[in-house]
Ligand binder design. Structure first.
Ligand SMILES: [Zn+2]
Length: 316
């Protein structure tokens, strides 16, 4: 018997027993399911985005200030598309290979904790969300990162479209951070995917200009970031922008003393006063902004907006 004969007979057995077509069929179904899940995620995002766009026009939280709303929306979506392309490129090249390598070699803290899978996944979820809180704080503190994040804060209004308006440099760096999160935390793929999807929905929700019933929003802000909370973070006054850094769970702001539930939204001025010139707000200058000499961003008057910060709070 030649060494190839067992292989041939195994292939004959598998094909005779319909095992190979069966396996191929299972793989095909799995691939289809994965594709469908991806489409389901995209459809859910599109549905929530569209629903928020309609709802925030019916129940606006803050007055509109941009004279050309369609230009602004087009600008935000264009920036969002460029950021999506850049971050997807980083995700497919750096993050996926890092994730597969870390999983294979059991790199990351959670791999070495003797805990049940569900507990590890829960801790992984919290660790991912806490690290993105810290990343947001660093984006405000480090000049090199603020150059990119300021493009997001320049928007003079806040609505669902601001939730996709990020400079491609910031989104590429945030995507690369994902590799660091995976290596440090040791989070598994399902937990990472769940967190990323919830984070995306949370980001467009808390940027929206949607006025919720006050008591409902106050209760909600104990758990997740709400539109009023994030409105405080987009104030032109620096000590107010140094509040509410969380992106999904609001507990991190509570722990760091930076939590401020939203109030008096119509009195808050959104944006960066150093960047009010309409010529700064077109696509070209916005994309080039991080690479040019920087101007002071914040309002000269840093006194509290009435009703927003009733008492001084410590900053992280
Ligand atoms: Zn920010």
């Amino acid at each position: 018997m030649t060494p190839r004969q067992p292989l041939i007979s195994m292939a004959l057995f598998l094909s005779r027993e319909s095992l190979v077509p069966g396996v191929v069929e299972v793989l095909r179904r799995e691939l289809k399911l994965m594709k469908n899940l991806k489409w389901a995620g995209a459809v859910a995002f599109g549905f929530v985005f569209a629903a928020l766009c309609v709802a925030e026009r019916r129940r606006p939280l803050r007055p509109r200030v941009e004279p050309r709303p369609l230009h602004r929306a087009a600008r935000n979506v264009t920036l969002g598309v460029s950021a999506l392309v850049a971050s997807t490129a980083v995700e497919w090249t750096v993050v996926r290979s890092t994730g597969a390598w870390a999983e294979r070699h059991r790199i990351g803290l959670l791999h070495h904790l003797p805990l049940p899978l569900r507990v590890k996944q829960f801790l992984g979820f919290l660790a991912l969300d806490y690290s993105i809180y810290l990343w947001h704080v660093i984006n405000h503190r480090a000049d090199g990162l603020w150059r990119f994040h300021a493009v997001h804060h320049i928007d003079r209004e806040l609505d669902a479209s601001t939730g996709v308006r990020f400079h491609f440099g910031e989104m590429s760096l945030t995507a690369a951070l994902r590799a660091v999160q995976i290596l440090g935390i040791g989070v598994d793929r399902p937990t990472l995917t769940l967190w990323q999807r919830l984070l995306t929905l949370s980001v467009i929700f808390h940027h929206s200009n949607l006025r919720l019933p006050v008591q409902f929003e106050q209760a909600l802000s104990l758990f997740i970031v709400t539109p009023s909370m994030h409105g405080v973070h987009h104030s032109e006054r620096k000590h107010e922008a140094d509040r509410n850094f969380a992106s999904l769970l609001s507990v991190w702001d509570m722990l760091h003393g930076t939590w401020r539930p939203g109030a008096a939204q119509p009195t808050i001025t959104i944006g960066l006063p150093g960047r009010r010139d309409p010529r700064d707000l077109t696509i070209g200058p916005l994309l080039a902004m991080p690479f040019r000499p920087q101007r002071s961003s914040w309002a000269v008057d840093d006194s509290p907006t009435p009703g927003v910060l009733p008492q001084p709070a410590s900053v992280a």
